[in-house]
Ligand binder design. Sequence first.
Ligand code: APR
Length: 243
Amino acid sequence: MLPEPLLAALRDAQHVCVLTGAGISAESGIPTFREAQTGLWENYDPMDLATPEAFLRDPELVWRWYRWRRDLVAEAEPNPGHRALAELEELVPKLTLVTQNVDGLHARAGSADVIEFHGNLFATRCFVEDCLVEVDTEAEIPRCPACGGHARPGVVWFGEAIPGQALDRSFAAARDCDVFLSIGTSSLVYPAAGLAELAKNHGAVVAEVNPNPTGLAAFFDHAVAGNAGEVLPELVSGLRGAP
Ligand code: APR
């Protein structure tokens, strides 16, 4: 059940900022980072798969893991939560969507401009020059077509910095927005977790959507307990004035 004051704040908002995490893709069947350590991969530590050191040590192993993840995501579909956020874009004057997910499902659901904090599974960068490159990712160890160095998955690994432009844009949006929605994220990983705090300090109404209360539940003005795939379509219907 959506709190009426939250709907009222969304109706009045000039700018809504949304942060999503792994929870929004759960209903598309995408395992979270740690859940992905199952089956074939259960004996591996994420630190052996998602760090620059791991890649230097064994690029072929890292690429095998990322190919496996890409295949999982390629077979998945955006769910009603992703689609509702794409619709929300049309219902408010301005919406900034920031995601910690690398699955690209927001764009596939129709969201026009997605700030990807942690990059994208389907992007590839040159490990040497750190620029985006197009490569044959089916090769055992793809190579940069320009310099011949190793190509790497275009995601942000443990210990790496979030791209500066993504940081600047999302922090500016958090400062400027009237409503901040935190959806399907454990709100534990900084700097993403700091966005809600920044928004609140600048006067925004802050709300979370999560079936399990997070440690920050007392911080939020509204904590909506539920699955994103159910709550977000309800929120869009509420804004459209449907019962
Ligand atoms: N709808 C909404 N939320 C859900 C749903 C759902 N259907 N299912 C689960 N959740 C919630 C969980 O209760 C949990 O609080 O989604 C949250 C997922 O939390 P995490 O797995 O910690 O994911 P996230 O917050 O995105 O993690 C941030 O940490 O592991 C790194 O780089 C990785 O991007 C990731 C970052």
